[in-house]
Design a protein around this ligand. Structure first.
Ligand code: ARG
Length: 458
């Protein structure tokens, strides 16, 4: 017999039962569901809607069920549709008909909204913690590689030399903004929907504020129709998560490129790589590849939920049950990606010599040679053209800007003198970017201090 079976004359079609049930995935909400019910029944007792002994019996019953669930003794049933009705059914089995009073003044519509708010609120904190681990790992490597220079790239072509610390701190900035986004969305997820009933509120004299205080919510939904149909907080969570994945994916892509023989900039820890079943020499960067690969599915969950919501009339519609799997999968995917990225970064070996060699042998100092002429009064456009010809000359001769003699420089432009060679070493080029946010050594050290301070604050 269904908990709602009263108005029905036939049992539910078996396929319908399976099609509409959500217990296969919403069992994840079991802790939240019981916690929400405990707060609800406490309030019902305190407000005199239930008698004190009834509230006590129900409370004890819920606690018992929670213990049994934790001990793995409970089997949920598809015919009870979802986690809410499974728990209510278990409660009635446990304490008898008085268990049926738990649902007084409440609907599954505000109940499921409450559960999801509790769930996402806690996971938001977990995401922030996971991000902190990644930020720490990046800062640690940055600290070790202030004096490691590599070519910075644009269009994946060598552009200007940068300190490795500078490049790693760029990712710290991204993950810091991701953290801020979660901190900001936390404000909205920390709003309590319970008390909305099915749609319009409840005639029982409930105390919503009391439940909110009990569950640590710092505000209430002020409109019952909004409370049961709002899924913005899930969209925000998925959007924030998508951006985290995009950032992790870009970082992963660099590690994949950098660990290739062609780049040879890093070597990932053996414990974080896998081999090939056929090619004995292979060491594959599966972890960053999978992080990159899983990014699409998290973005997909965001798009899927937006699409589900876009034409739904108020208020609850069964379509909304589709909000859960994407969120649960996103949580699992992010937790995995964040948990692996931090130690993968920590365990990676940087091949500083190779990075430096590439920074030196490219034409990463070309801008500085042009700037040198510009500083001597040559119009930058003309300087640019002169250096372009110099680079072409080097390419034809198979040499580099630091391999040319002063005489050659002077053949290309009379304003060159011996001090040009001081300007084109990779350190000099990097340190010339002595602007806030630039890659000069002192600026990178300042940035590192600032980032470390900001990590303490979150
Ligand atoms: N399992 C449902 C969901 O996840 C719970 C709410 C059901 N409410 C209802 N009126 N059918 O959305």
């Amino acid at each position: 017999m269904k908990l709602w079976g009263g108005r029905f004359t036939k049992p539910t079609n078996q396929l319908v039962e399976e099609y509409t049930a959500s217990i296969d995935f919403d069992h994840i909400l079991v802790e939240e569901d019981i916690r929400g019910s405990l707060a609800h029944v406490k309030m019902l007792g305190a407000c005199g809607i239930l008698q004190a002994n009834e509230a006590e019996t129900i409370t004890a019953g819920l606690e018992k069920i929670r213990e049994r669930v934790r001990a793995g003794e409970v089997q949920f049933s598809v015919s009870l549709e979802d986690i809410h009705m499974n728990i209510e059914h278990l409660l009635i089995e446990e304490v008898g008909p008085v268990g049926g009073k738990l649902h007084t003044g409440r609907s599954r519509n505000d109940q499921v909204a409450l559960d999801m708010h509790l769930y996402v609120r806690a996971r938001t904190v977990e995401m922030i913690q996971g991000l902190l681990q990644v930020r720490k790992a990046l800062c640690k490597q940055a600290e070790a590689h202030v004096d490691t220079l590599l070519p910075g790239y644009t269009h994946l072509q060598r552009a200007q030399p940068v300190r490795l610390a500078h490049q790693l701190l760029a990712y710290v900035e991204m993950f810091e903004r991701d953290t801020e986004r979660f901190i900001d969305s936390y404000k909205r997820v920390n709003t309590m929907p319970l008390g909305a009933g099915a749609i319009a509120g409840t005639p029982f004299p409930i105390e919503r504020e009391q439940v909110a205080a009990e569950l640590g919510f710092d505000r209430l939904y002020e409109n019952s129709m909004d409370a049961v149909s709002d899924r913005d907080y899930l969209v925000e969570f998925l959007a924030n998560a998508s951006l985290v994945m995009v950032h992790l994916s870009r970082l992963s892509e660099e590690l994949i490129l950098w660990s290739s023989e062609e780049f040879g900039y890093v070597e990932l820890d053996d414990a974080f790589c896998t081999g090939s079943s056929m090619m004995p020499q292979k060491k594959n960067p599966d972890v960053p590849e999978l992080i990159r690969g899983k990014t699409g599915r998290v973005m997909g969950h965001w798009v899927a939920l937006m699409t589900t919501l876009k034409a739904l009339p108020l208020t609850y519609n069964k379509d909304m049950q589709e909000d859960k799997e994407g969120v649960f999968d996103t949580v699992a995917t992010l937790i995995g990606a964040l948990a692996l990225t931090a130690p993968m970064l920590a365990g990676m070996t940087v091949k500083a010599e190779r990075m430096r060699q590439h920074a030196e042998e490219g034409f990463a100092a070309a801008t500085d040679v042009a700037d040198y002429l510009a500083a001597k009064g040559v119009p930058f456009r003309e300087a640019h053209a002169v250096v372009g010809r110099l680079v072409l000359h080097c390419l034809q001769e198979g040499t580099t800007l630091s391999g040319l003699s002063l005489q050659v420089y002077r053949d290309f432009h009379p304003s060159f003198s011996a001090d040009i060679f001081e300007k084109i070493g990779v350190e000099a080029v990097a340190d010339a970017r002595d602007v806030r946010g630039g890659t000069a050594r002192n600026r990178v050290l300042d940035a590192l201090e600032l980032k470390k301070k900001q990590m303490v604050e979150t």
